[in-house]
Write a protein that binds this ligand. Structure first.
Ligand SMILES: [Zn+2]
Length: 420
């Protein structure tokens, strides 16, 4: 019974924070100055509209709404205590799980409340938003000067947080140089702050993914052992009819790599250029390859475009896969990134040590996600095939990744962390 009540609470909490119907788009944000930010959060299922389809960007955000979104944005695992931390937030309140999670994470401090009350349904003032986001990011607070013209009127306990929110570009003041700590925060303003928070939280936490397109046998023979040595997972994008063919990986090898933490994805069925195909043929390319992967109990979450589309491919790919990577991309993905437009770098003979180092440095600084792909891996320092590398080069990459403390992830792991 108790467990059932908890499930109900979580269920209704989710309903209130995300749109009721997935297909429904918000009907009152078009042309609004914060439209882009609101859409990013909506896609990430962090913020949603009301049952009538409106978002009400100019309405004030309540404390509990903001806390719920904050916990979701930072993906803090929900936890709850035995006893409610606030007298006016009982365990059957929809926002109770998020509020107690924030307490457990040290974002909310019940001892600071007046008479043990949170007043969860009231508008949250700017000074409190600054406090909660800086605590959530675990940014040390030092300065007591806010850097705003009305700083002397701001209670000392808030000043450091407000200063930190300014220094990290999370919140800014009014054109007249004031911060106005007691002004409520509108839902549109909160959306902007939450998107900045996503960027900020990604800093210094760069990730790298190494993908292999086409499924050459050399991936298993020459790349896999090196990955094992470093405990780095890789990603295989295969063309089903090629699996088990001469010079290509076979099913058993793909499974062995998955067993070691690798991921398998689709590289379409026949590697045709989608611009030459009709809609139904594109669906075959996407659907049949997924079916094959599923049938053989391999991963099937991600898709690698065989070529780029002429038009935006995202809507149709999203019907079959949870994410997709490009072939001709050339940027480090910065969170929050679109999970269907992940950019990759081709890692082949055209890549020298300097360009590898530059990219990895950029990934560290930006807290980005760098995705490499190549086709085959020659032994030792032997000449690499077209669109391929050799073990020596791969090892160089691994050493540079290790030096920088970058995390090596599969596409699914990266998407969970960095994408909307
Ligand atoms: Zn390809």
């Amino acid at each position: 019974m108790k467990r059932f009540t908890w499930l109900l609470i979580i269920f209704f909490g989710v309903l209130l924070c995300v749109p009721a119907a997935e297909a429904q788009t918000l009907n009152d944000i078009q042309g609004h100055w914060a439209e882009g930010h609101i859409k990013q959060l909506e896609t990430a299922s962090v913020i949603g509209g009301y049952p009538d389809g409106s978002f009400r960007p100019e309405a004030n955000m309540t404390r509990e709404e903001f806390i719920k979104c904050l916990v979701q944005v930072l993906k803090i695992p929900v936890s709850g205590p035995v006893q409610p931390s606030y007298q006016d937030v009982s365990s059957d309140t929809w926002s109770y799980p998020a509020i107690e999670t924030a307490v457990a994470a040290g974002i909310l401090v019940p001892g600071e409340s007046v008479n043990g009350m949170l007043r969860a349904g009231e508008p949250i003032p700017r000074a409190e938003v600054a406090t909660l986001i800086i605590r959530a990011l675990k940014i040390p607070v030092q300065s007591t000067a806010t850097g705003y013209d009305d700083g002397v009127n701001i209670p000392a306990s808030f000043r450091g947080y407000i200063r930190a929110s300014k220094d990290h570009g999370l919140m800014s003041g009014y054109p007249d140089g004031t911060f106005r700590p007691w002004n409520p925060v509108t839902r549109a303003e909160a959306a902007v702050i939450l998107v900045r928070l996503i960027y900020e939280s990604g800093k210094g936490k760069g990730m790298v993914t190494i993908c292999y397109d086409h499924g050459a046998a050399s991936v298993f023979e020459n790349a896999f052992p090196l990955h094992q040595q470093y405990n780095y997972p890789g990603v295989n994008y295969v063309l089903p009819p090629h699996v088990g063919a001469k010079g290509m990986v076979n099913l058993e090898q793909l499974r062995e790599m998955e067993g070691a933490g690798w991921e398998t994805g689709s590289h379409s069925k026949n590697h045709l250029h989608f611009k030459d195909l009709r809609d139904r043929e594109i669906r075959d390319q996407l659907g049949l390859s997924k079916e094959w992967l599923q049938k053989n109990e391999l991963g099937y979450a991600s898709f690698a475009y065989p070529f780029w589309f002429d038009t935006d491919p995202y809507p149709v790919v999203s019907e079959y896969y949870e994410s997709a990577v490009t072939c001709f991309g050339k940027v480090v993905n910065i969170p929050p990134a679109n999970r269907y437009k992940l950019e990759r770098f081709m890692f082949d003979g055209g890549f020298n040590d300097t360009s590898i180092n530059d990219l990895l440095d950029k990934t560290v600084v930006k807290g980005g996600w760098l995705i490499f792909y190549t086709h085959s891996v020659a032994k030792d320092n032997q000449a690499a095939a077209n669109h391929g590398i050799n073990q020596q080069k791969l090892q160089y990459l691994f050493e540079e990744i290790k030096k920088r403390g970058l995390k090596v992830v599969t596409i699914s792991e990266g998407v969970n962390y960095a994408c909307y």
